[in-house]
Design a binder for this molecule. Structure first.
Ligand code: G3H
Length: 246
């Protein structure tokens, strides 16, 4: 049985004061025992703030990126050990915004995945196709390639230590989420190529998830939760999405 997971990716948004209010609202709105697991991902400078405020709540902490370096003279980098030290449970790797704006390639992403596992946290491997890929009928090829690069580096057993997030690039921040059927097609493809190990891996959907689209997505058998961007900045909307997963 795969426990559903909803992750709020705050990206490069927020400041100390707005985060404080959002975290207070979240912890009171998501109080009590739930079937669904919830995690939030503030930008690096606010991890300590969130870690402190989420202590003794049922909301965990997720980092948006990680360095592959262990420690030393790597200005601007943050190691997996540091993130673990801050109390992170999850770390995203290969988000399309990292792939696109920072030219992160397959090998680097596989290394990041490994670094997160070695630090005993759970990597969330993000993958997804562009509009051009989808229009040219290359969606499965692209997803397969992104996934297999990590499988080749870490093995299926290694991948099974993580979570996969399918995020079609054309759906991110556009207000045009994939339909539940489009998402389910890709999720079942991912599960299929992972074979028996794939049965236990949680596969999240990300891309314009909103309270009104969440329920339809979660009704699909291979959609185990969501990676939520824009809607996670509003505590009420985010919690409505979490409730739809219950
Ligand atoms: O990590 C989250 C995704 O990039 C989705 O963002 P979005 O919900 O704003 O489309």
């Amino acid at each position: 049985m795969r426990r559903r997971l909803i992750v709020g990716n705050w990206k490069m948004c927020g400041d100390f004061r707005t985060n404080q209010k959002r975290l207070e609202d979240l912890s009171s709105l998501w109080f009590g025992v739930h079937q669904t697991e919830v995690s939030v991902s503030p930008a690096y400078p606010y991890l300590a703030q969130a870690a402190g405020m989420l202590e003794n709540t049922n909301i965990s902490l997720c980092a948006q990126d990680v360095s592959t370096r262990e420690n030393g003279a790597f200005t601007g980098e943050v190691s997996a050990a540091m993130l673990a030290d801050m109390g992170c449970r999850y770390v995203m790797v290969g988000h399309s915004e990292r792939r696109h704006y920072h030219n992160e390639g397959y090998d680097l992403i596989a290394e990041k995945f490994q670094a997160v596992c070695e630090a005993k946290m759970i990597p969330i491997l993000c993958l997804g196709e562009t509009t051009a890929d989808r229009e040219a009928d290359r969606t499965f090829d692209v997803i397969g390639r992104q996934l297999l690069k990590v499988v080749n580096a870490c093995g299926l057993e290694g991948l099974a230590k993580g979570v996969v997030a399918y995020e079609p690039i054309w759906a991110i921040g556009t207000g045009r989420a994939a339909t539940p059927e489009q998402a389910q097609d890709v999720h079942s493809y991912i599960r299929e190529i992972l074979g028996p190990e794939g049965e236990q891996i949680r596969i999240l959907y990300g891309g314009s998830v909103k309270p009104d689209t969440a329920e339809g997505l979660f009704a699909k058998k291979d959609i185990d939760g969501a990676l939520v961007g824009g809607a996670s900045l509003d505590a009420r909307d985010f919690v409505a999405i979490c409730r739809a997963a219950e």
